[in-house]
Write a protein that binds this ligand. Structure first.
Ligand SMILES: *Cc1c(COP(=O)(O)O)cnc(C)c1O
Ligand code: SF4
Length: 308
């Protein structure tokens, strides 16, 4: 944090502001409807093939923009093997589950032996193919990414680590070292960011962020999240139009490898919707009009068996 700058983008993410006391009645403590899809404690099962598992509700840093902030900060909700048994039994009993997403809280705040215990318990479930770890540790506590932690995660299943960088200044030499360790173990690195007013809601900042995530960290931008309807976050939100305009500009400035999908998580637990931008300017049957990355419009006619 640059302490001389009251609008410093890292400060805005971690220090509370008075504006958070302005709660809109349309905001909710369960903004994306996780409760409706939690059949047992510490698990959310919304999509058929993947579920969220919460090994702890504690984090290394408490982000002001967190959509799950209402369930964090409770000292009684750290890791405990007993608390996770119902969720593990649920996963074992649902063969349609192929991916488990460790989230929270921050799963990498656990001790190495706890991470290993979870990984081994999940590996004993034959239908699970992939382990995902959603974590802010490489950003806010990169020294936690030790050889022991990497070893605890390494096993028989594919591991995807999804980080949470929101601003290019968060990409430090220490973060680079942490990501190198994870990549060397063969883990796939992805990143999700949240679009935040005053932090990263301009094309130059996001262009630098998404490019440097790939070029310095080897972490592919996965999602850019529209800010959820969490209580007190009105001041952080941009319009969807503004987000789509930034995404349209980025298409012309960044390689495809560096492009995330801009998504909205629907309230009520209905899942994520990609928000475009929309490149279709018009259509009539099989004749389309598309915008290109320069903003020019071009016709395109489909040639497929039924149009001959
Ligand atoms: C976001 C989310 C996922 C993961 O969705 P992907 O599109 O696969 O990244 C899974 N379960 C829940 C409940 C989610 O909110
Ligand atoms: S690290 Fe993740 S779960 Fe924890 S406060 Fe930040 S956004 Fe929320």
């Amino acid at each position: 944090i640059d302490w001389d700058d009251p609008e410093d983008p890292i400060r805005l993410q971690v220090l509370p502001r008075g504006a958070e006391l302005d709660v809109d009645s349309r905001e909710s403590t369960d903004p994306i409807g996780d409760l409706a899809h939690s059949p047992v404690p510490r698990l959310t099962h919304r999509y058929p093939d993947r579920a969220l598992l919460y090994p702890t509700y504690q984090c290394a840093v408490y982000c002001r923009h967190c959509f799950r902030k209402e369930s964090l900060n409770d000292g009684n909700r750290g890791f405990s093997a007993r608390a996770l048994e119902p969720a593990l039994a649920y996963v074992a009993a649902h063969p349609e589950l192929r991916e488990i997403i460790l989230t929270g809280g921050d799963p990498l705040l656990l001790a190495d032996r706890e991470v290993r215990w979870i990984r081994e318990r999940l590996e004993a479930i034959p239908h699970l193919r992939l382990l995902r770890v959603h974590t802010r540790i490489p950003v806010v506590l990169p020294s936690r990414v030790t050889a022991g932690l990497v070893e605890a995660l390494e096993g028989s299943r594919m591991v995807v680590v999804v980080t949470h960088f929101n601003h290019p200044r968060e990409i430090t030499a220490e973060a680079e070292e942490a990501c190198r360790r994870l990549r060397k173990a063969g883990f796939v690195l992805l990143n999700q960011s949240v679009l935040l007013r005053g932090v990263n809601d301009d094309t130059d900042t996001l262009e630098e962020l998404f490019r440097e995530l790939v070029y310095r960290l080897g972490a592919r931008p996965y999602y850019l999240h529209h800010c959820d309807l969490t209580p007190g976050l009105t001041h952080f939100r941009t319009t969807i139009d503004a987000g789509m305009a930034i995404m349209r500009e980025l298409r012309g400035r960044l390689s495809g490898v560096c492009q995330p999908t801009y998504v909205l998580d629907l309230p009520g637990g209905h899942g994520k919707v990609p928000l475009g931008p929309n490149w279709v300017e018009g259509r009539e049957a099989h004749r389309w009009l598309f915008a290109d990355w320069n903003g020019e419009t071009h016709p395109y006619e489909e040639v497929v068996p039924e149009t001959r």
